[in-house]
Design a protein around this ligand. Structure first.
Ligand code: OGA
Ligand code: ZN
Ligand code: ZN
Length: 381
């Protein structure tokens, strides 16, 4: 639906724009000037050519009008002219609900998602941008996605990681083998069950995305567990607001040590953004370090922590499925918490390979695919 602008007027430090549909849009003058689209203000590549300190201190609007369907502004004291398309203005409105509606909402899930796991065939996906974008849209909504028929060959996890984004090298290498070994530096490399967790919260930044690729799985047990950490956090927020608040405030230190490494980082278990939406979960029993907090907050924090852990263990929250050779799961590490059931290495083999990529790379890939498929605007928009 195209938006038509009817009239514009300056009131104080803002511009009011009347639309044909009866609505009024309001934009602060300084914001409009900072976002001027003209070729003196923006390079053709979309980057800004001036600094905030380059703008006149006494910058003000002389005039606002609608010309040829566009908002036209004349500034004083420098007589600069800015023009804005109606569609651009409508897409960037600053009203509270409009900002909320623009934000990408996670689709919270529980065990019932088992009947509609977000999955795609690797061979189809890598040859068809529409299939890949469809899969990335689901990954963005649910915080994870499965790829089927990834050749069960060593190193393929890194190939997929570098297709979707950029593999991050860590002390475990660019990829790691999840296999039961005699002297493990990490419980992941044993046959014990692992409660759901985010990987490596002892890293700064914590890995944004984890990939796990199954090469072999004929040992009994070793099923994959996935829980939507954002959903669990919303349950805690509803059932125990004070506990939720504490987990968003008090940071916990995480730590990993072996012969060559001593990694430490801290984060609250539940991270919020400016608008109070859950942004990231850091939850890892194995690497949670010693809580260093004001003494009167320790017991309340533990009560909230236990409460959150109990929610994460509710059977209705948990997806349980089995990765077979060729299956690869891509997870937002700070949202889709993963774990496994114990397995018996004396009765069969189980071998996964994993790697990490950053969140920004895979998000960028999704936007670029949208652009390639004509679903979003060009560079300068
Ligand atoms: C890990 C892990 C899960 C599995 O290596 O971090 O959680 O299924 N492994 O073995
Ligand atoms: Zn300009
Ligand atoms: Zn893990």
């Amino acid at each position: 639906m195209s938006i038509e602008l009817v009239s514009a007027s300056v009131t104080g430090d803002a511009v009011q724009i009347a639309r044909q549909d009866g609505r009024t849009m309001v934009f602060p003058a300084i914001w409009l000037r900072d976002n001027c689209r003209c070729s003196a203000c923006r390079h053709a590549n979309g980057q800004r050519l001036f600094e905030i300190t380059d703008l006149p201190r006494d910058l003000a609007l002389q005039q606002a009008s609608i010309q040829d369907g566009r908002l036209r502004l004349v500034w004083t004291p420098d007589d600069h002219i800015s023009e804005f398309e109606a569609s651009w203005l409508a897409a960037h409105e600053l009203g509270g609900e409009l900002r909320a509606a623009r934000r990408e909402q996670p689709v919270l899930w529980d065990r019932s998602l088992i009947d509609a796991l977000p999955a795609a065939d690797w061979n189809l996906l890598r040859n068809d941008p529409a299939v890949e974008l469809g899969w990335l849209d689901k990954y963005a909504a649910y915080g994870f996605g499965l790829l089927r028929n990834v050749p069960a060959e060593t190193g393929m996890v890194e190939v997929v990681g570098n297709h979707l984004g950029f593999v991050r090298v860590t002390n475990y290498g660019s990829l790691f083998d999840v296999i039961s070994v005699p002297k493990p530096n990490n419980l992941a490399y044993t046959a014990v069950g692992l409660g759901v967790h985010s990987d490596n919260p002892y890293r700064e930044p914590t890995p944004g995305v984890q990939l796990l690729h199954c090469l072999e799985s004929n040992a009994p047990g070793g099923d994959t567990l996935l829980v939507d950490g954002f959903h669990a956090a919303e349950v805690l927020r509803r059932e125990n607001p004070a506990g939720f608040e504490l987990l968003t405030q008090l940071p916990l230190r995480f730590r990993f040590r072996d012969a060559k490494t001593d990694l430490q980082a801290e984060a609250p278990l539940i991270g919020l953004d400016f608008d109070g939406a859950v942004k990231e979960i850091h939850f890892n029993n194995r690497s949670a370090d010693i809580l260093d907090a004001p003494v009167d907050l320790v017991a309340p924090w533990y009560a909230a922590y236990r409460n959150f852990a109990e929610i994460l263990k509710r059977p209705e929250m948990e997806l349980v499925f089995r990765l077979g050779p060729g299956d690869l799961v891509v997870m937002m590490n700070e949202r889709a918490l993963h774990g496994r059931t114990a397995f018996d290495p004396s009765l069969g083999r189980r071998h996964l390979q994993g790697c990490y990529i950053d969140k920004d790379g895979i998000e960028s890939r999704r936007r670029v695919l949208r652009r390639q498929l004509g679903l979003s605007k060009d560079l300068a928009a």
